[in-house]
Each structure stands twice: as structure tokens, then as C-alpha cells.
Write a new protein. Structure first.
Ligand SMILES: Cc1cc2nc3c(=O)[nH]c(=O)nc-3n(C[C@H](O)[C@H](O)[C@H](O)COP(=O)(O)OP(=O)(O)OC[C@H]3O[C@@H](n4cnc5c(N)ncnc54)[C@H](O)[C@@H]3O)c2cc1C
Length: 280
């Protein structure tokens, strides 16, 4: 079967999708699309392409039944510019191939992430890994943003002077902060990309990596729209219930008193899942 050409993907090749204040994601290349998933799934039966509806139905069937290998036949390569603190979270996903700019070889650019005023928040009291919804007054926010910038300028000035003095670049860089931007090429197949997106588009993921995941998803929709739609329906928009939660649902459907079932944190987690369903 010939190379799959997807016109919508061709149209965005090399186009930068901006993320945060100075970052971006762009699609460098892709192999396959919806059509490749369908072809590879049908190879077992020796069947050819069918109608649009049948193909979409097959993709949906594969995705909801975790028949994942046909999705591995689609591969995407992205160029990403991102702050180092996000890169550290990103590299935990081991099922991709990446090549990053070398701070040993190149002089790092004077590019640092400064959170927008609306993103400067207090520590959440109920979520140890999150931010509070409480708003800070404008003066405090500005003071913090100025302090971020001053720290970044001081660190970059020291770095530049070390480089100018001929200190090895691999050492000159070691005091640069996590807010410094780095760049890499990142290649991943669609099955593993969906796993990444499920974890990193989730409300529990840090906002900054969530924005990157959303940009990746927008781009991926151009390459494999039907796969993305099934992923949105079954994975992103779905939830997994525990057996106790299923009992709770049955109790409620039977019209039993809510107070007889889940309580405390377990009830909160259950209600959160129900809310997710309502939001989508
Ligand atoms: C909201 C959130 C908070 C987090 N907080 C922390 C934290 O505080 N500290 C921290 O260290 N990490 C944290 N992580 C990272 C997290 O623990 C995972 O390392 C990360 O999400 C990658 O997941 P993964 O291993 O499933 O992905 P991948 O590495 O992409 O792997 C995909 C799948 O492949 C399989 N796989 C890959 N490699 C192996 C292997 N070597 N052996 C067996 N199976 C393998 C597994 O089935 C895995 O699920 C957090 C992640 C999220 C989303």
C-alpha cells in the first residue's frame, strides 16, 4: 500500500503552534494516518478499504477494545521548544525517541519562561501537586514576576560571562534555572502518544505541560482525525469506575438514599468523575 498522504497534515507541516510565552510545537513529519490504522487492522483478514463509515467504525472498535497495535503504525515527529522544568516531566514518557539541543556544544539562548499574571498562584492546600484557585492581588503578582525575571537575568549574565571567559560550555551552564527553554525533536507512535495525552491533558497534570499536550492533540487531529475522535470519546472523555463506585451508581439508579453509600474522600473522587462526564 502506498505512502499515506493526509492533506490536512501536509498543510500544517513546519507551522509553529505557539505554547506559553516563547515555546512552540510543530509537526516535522508524519507516517500514516487514519487510513494506515485501517489498512493494518484489515491485513489480518485480507480485506481492502471500505466505506468512510465502516472505517470510522473499525477505528472506534479498535480503540474501545484496546486493540492498540494498529495505532502504533502511525508515527509523528514534533519539534518542541519548552522550559526545562516541563522537559523533565516530559522525558518520563519512555516510549518515544528524542534528540535535544546540546548545552555542551551550543551556547544556550537567552529564552526563559515567565508565567503570565493569571498563572501566578498560591500553593493549593488540598492538592500537594497543584495551585490554588484563590486570586492574588496584582501588586504581589507583579513583584513575583519581576523577581523571576531578575533571577533569570542574573543567571544568564553569569553564564554569558563564563562563556566569554572560555569556561567549558558544559560547566558554564550548570547554574541556569529550570525556566530556561530547551528544544528537541520528539518522535512517537500514535498509541503511545495517546497514552501521553491521556496523562498530560488530565486536570491533575501541571498547567504548562497540559498546554503542550493540547497543542500536540490539535496537530494530531490533522494527521489522524478519526483516531483522535475515538480517543476523545472513549479515553479523554471517559472515566474508569471502581467496583465500589459501580455499586454506588446502581444504588442511585435504584433510587436508594445517597447517604448509605460512598462517603468522605471516596465520595469526592466519585463526584469528580461524574463532573468530568458533565463537562465534556
Ligand atoms: C499528574 C502526574 C504527576 C506525576 N508525579 C510524579 C512525581 O511526583 N514523581 C515522579 O517521579 N513521577 C511523577 N509522574 C510521572 C509518572 O509516575 C510516570 O513516570 C509518567 O507519567 C510516565 O508514565 P508511563 O510510565 O506510563 O509512560 P511511558 O514511559 O510512556 O510508558 C508507557 C507504558 O509503557 C510501559 N513501559 C514503559 N517502560 C517500561 C518499563 N521499563 N517497564 C515496564 N513497563 C514499561 C508501561 O505500561 C507504561 O505505562 C507524574 C505523572 C503525572 C501524569
Amino acid at each position: 500500500m502506498a505512502h499515506c498522504l493526509v492533506p490536512e497534515a501536509e498543510a500544517i507541516l513546519d507551522k509553529e503552534f505557539p505554547v506559553l510565552d516563547k515555546g512552540f510545537v510543530r509537526l516535522v513529519d508524519y507516517m500514516g494516518g487514519d487510513e494506515r490504522v485501517v489498512q493494518s487492522a484489515r491485513v489480518s483478514y485480507g480485506e481492502g478499504t471500505k466505506s468512510y463509515r465502516e472505517d470510522a467504525g473499525l477505528i472506534d472498535y479498535l480503540l474501545r477494545n484496546s486493540h492498540t497495535s494498529p495505532f502504533e503504525q502511525v508515527v509523528l515527529t514534533f519539534h518542541v521548544k519548552l522550559p526545562i522544568f516541563i522537559a523533565r516531566q516530559w522525558v518520563r514518557h519512555r516510549t518515544a525517541r528524542l534528540n535535544e539541543i546540546s548545552g555542551r556544544y551550543s551556547v544556550m539562548k537567552d529564552d526563559f519562561y515567565v508565567p503570565a499574571p493569571g498563572d501566578v498562584s498560591l500553593q493549593s492546600t488540598d492538592n500537594k501537586q497543584g495551585r490554588s484557585d484563590e486570586t492574588l492581588d496584582a501588586d504581589t503578582v507583579e513583584k513575583i514576576r519581576v523577581a523571576f525575571v531578575e533571577g533569570q537575568k542574573a543567571a544568564y549574565a553569569a553564564y554569558s560571562s563564563f562563556v566569554d571567559e572560555g569556561i567549558a560550555r558544559e560547566l558554564a551552564r550548570i547554574n541556569l534555572p529550570l525556566s530556561l527553554y530547551t528544544e528537541w525533536y520528539w518522535q512517537i507512535d500514535l498509541h503511545n502518544l495517546f497514552h501521553f495525552l491521556r496523562l498530560r491533558m488530565d486536570a491533575h497534570a501541571q498547567k504548562e505541560i497540559r498546554l503542550y499536550a493540547e497543542a500536540l492533540f490539535e496537530i494530531t487531529k490533522k494527521v489522524a482525525p478519526r483516531c483522535c475522535e475515538s480517543f476523545r470519546r472513549h479515553i479523554l472523555g471517559g472515566v474508569r469506575f471502581t467496583s465500589e463506585e459501580l455499586d454506588e451508581i446502581k444504588r442511585r439508579l435504584d433510587g436508594e438514599d445517597k447517604t448509605d453509600g460512598l462517603s468522605g474522600k471516596a465520595l469526592e473522587r466519585f463526584e469528580e468523575k461524574l463532573m468530568k462526564g458533565r463537562q465534556l
